[in-house]
Design a protein around this ligand. Structure first.
Ligand SMILES: Cc1cc2nc3c(=O)[nH]c(=O)nc-3n(C[C@H](O)[C@H](O)[C@H](O)COP(=O)(O)OP(=O)(O)OC[C@H]3O[C@@H](n4cnc5c(N)ncnc54)[C@H](O)[C@@H]3O)c2cc1C
Length: 554
């Protein structure tokens, strides 16, 4: 190790994408000396634009737990507009799904919307730059346009050799360099072949001239206050799905760009030699009611056409190193699990890292627990997405399967967030900042615990049996709905999730607010131990939050 103090750090992070700068900022806020090294320069294009209520929640927890208010500015549409810029985001008021069949008109009965509290589409060029500036403000040293030529990790420390001859040393290294992860290659961590079941590829770009879908419809406009273009629009078809993520879908925006991506099951749509531009035109020719939206659209950058998207690693940690989720693995953009998984890991990782630095104990046990969580997140993500691709062959099956997704998202948010959100709303933020003691990974682990033995496993197997030809799509649909309707763990008829006549749900509506109140009081009267374990909250916080909200609104 060299003695030049100007190049010694506590932690070196490879990659200045959102994950790298979020972690760097949290650490620097607590006096850790951090270097972030990136081979590129901001502002730069990045993918990973759709936020979700889960991601917003994790950003909020991260921000309050580590006292970095600037991270909370990313946690809602309004906050991004207020603190960063209205042109840095699109509005995501709902997840919108439209089912299409080749050569046929779209049938409005085969659509679904899930309304949420206003979340966002991140225009990553601007958002990533914002987060780099926040990191710099907290004292992170950011080295852009910098090439790492070698990394050496041993029991004494970490040495990073840069092209040009400079050497940086550190006590710990985190890889946040995404798909091309330097450490996964150096340490041979990738699984070949990947264990993931999903088999998809993607082609994506940014476009101008994409129509708002509401303007493409001759009927069915705004039946319920949720507009097609004020959300993340998913066009679904047998063998894949497409995202339409506008940044120009609200009054304050002066950003005309729309992100567009098509994702294909490689077994149904193998990659060929034709250009992405041609492939997109051929694709539109098959789906007339998708084509309408792109009549006047043009790419403003070259298409990126990937091979199979899935990659995974058998391990993501060892003595003195950790690989963040996107460096470890990836499944598919469906349901936007990328950023939420990164934040979910950064929350406990930062505390463990700070403890290791303060005790000079870099043993891997505390990090192995995190590795298990990270792998569980991936496997959950893989099952959810793989079954979605299977279900795209039949609208009714898809409609049933997406209810399993909604349920999982509800369980995850409530488990991870209900007590913390109440503390924040009650103004008791200081009670969240004792992060060194926060070793409870259970609350961050996706699960359907309490819904019956192996609820998610049963649901997954049901759909996989369709793929294996062992079950018809209709039979699988009715089994999924019976599974949902047999849940006795939640209040009766919760969200009306098992009612197929209910195609849309608006989580931000009065109906669902009353469902939330019903849920909160049900938690307190339930005798079930799982309810106490996963969903408990402090009634005093609830009362204080109500009082405080009322006081602020008068
Ligand atoms: C097609 C697609 C669509 C997606 N859509 C979504 C979505 O809608 N929502 C969502 O939440 N997630 C999505 N994701 C996942 C999302 O992109 C990632 O989770 C997210 O970008 C992770 O951020 P990151 O900082 O870990 O990585 P990145 O944003 O990839 O940043 C990695 C950084 O590391 C740098 N780097 C790479 N190699 C090196 C090196 N050797 N040395 C130094 N620096 C290096 C790069 O320049 C880059 O700045 C999508 C992913 C794909 C592939």
């Amino acid at each position: 190790m060299i003695a030049d103090k100007t190049k010694q750090f506590d932690v070196i992070i490879i990659g200045s994408g959102l994950a790298g700068t979020l972690l760097a900022t949290v650490l620097a806020r607590h006096n850790v000396k951090v270097a972030v090294i990136d081979k590129n320069v901001h502002p730069r294009f990045a993918i990973g634009e759709a936020m979700t209520p889960d991601t917003d929640l994790m950003m909020t927890i991260l921000s309050h737990q580590y006292s970095v208010p600037e991270i909370d500015h990313l946690s809602s549409f309004e906050k991004i507009c207020e603190h960063i810029s209205p042109s840095a985001c699109g509005l995501k008021r709902s997840f919108n799904f439209m089912y299409h069949r080749q050569g046929e008109k779209q049938i409005l009965a085969e659509t679904n919307k899930t309304g949420v509290e206003p979340s966002s589409h991140l225009f990553r060029q601007k958002i990533d730059l914002y987060m780099v500036k926040v990191a710099l403000k907290y004292g992170v040293e950011v080295f852009e346009n910098t090439t790492i030529s070698d990394v050496d990790i041993n029991s004494e420390g970490v040495r990073v050799d840069l092209k040009g001859g400079d050497v940086f040393t550190a006590r710990y290294i985190v890889d946040a360099s995404g798909y091309n992860s330097l450490l996964s290659r150096k340490l041979n961590l990738r699984e070949t072949p990947t264990r993931f079941k999903t088999q998809s590829r993607s082609m994506f770009t940014h476009m101008k001239g994409v129509k708002h879908y509401d303007d493409c419809l001759t009927n069915g406009k705004e039946r319920d206050g949720l507009r097609w273009h004020q959300g993340t629009l998913h066009h679904l078809f047998d063998g894949g799905w497409m995202w339409v993520i506008p940044f120009n879908n609200h009054d304050k925006s002066d950003n005309p760009i729309c992100s567009v991506g098509v994702n294909f099951d490689t077994r149904k749509f193998p990659k060929t030699e034709i250009s992405a531009d041609r492939e997109f035109k051929d694709f539109l020719a098959k789906y007339p009611d998708i084509a309408i939206q792109f009549e006047n659209a043009n790419p403003i950058r070259n298409w990126i056409s990937t091979g199979r998207l899935q990659y995974s690693s058998h391990s993501c940690t060892g003595e003195r190193y950790y690989l963040l989720p996107h460096a470890t693995g990836f499944v598919d953009p469906l349901y936007s699990f990328g950023l939420v998984n990164s934040c979910t890991i950064i929350i406990p990782l930062a505390a463990r890292l700070m403890k290791a630095l303060s005790t000079h104990d870099y043993s891997i046990e505390p990090f192995l627990e995190l590795e298990q969580l990270q792998q569980k997140l991936f496997d959950y993500n893989d099952n959810l997405v793989n079954c979605s691709y299977i279900s795209f062959a039949n609208y009714n099956l898809w409609d049933a399967w997406r209810r399993i997704w909604i349920l999982g998202s509800f369980m995850r948010q409530t488990k991870a967030g209900v007590s913390k959100k109440l503390k924040i709303a009650a103004g008791k933020v200081q009670e969240l900042t004792n992060f060194q003691d926060d070793n409870n990974l259970d609350s961050l682990t996706p699960s359907y615990e309490g819904l019956g033995d192996d609820f998610f496993q049963k649901a997954t197997t049901t759909v996989e049996q369709v793929e294996a030809g062992l079950l018809s799509a209709d039979e699988a649909t009715s089994r999924l709905l019976s599974l949902i309707n047999s849940i006795d763990f939640l209040p009766d008829d919760f969200y009306q999730l098992g009612d197929v006549s209910r195609k849309n749900i608006d989580i931000a509506s009065n109906f669902v607010r009353s469902e939330h109140s019903r849920f909160m009081s049900w938690v307190k009267t339930s005798q079930k131990p799982e309810v106490k374990k996963y969903f408990d909250y402090d009634v005093e916080d609830l009362l204080a939050a109500i009082e405080r909200t009322a006081a602020m609104s008068t």
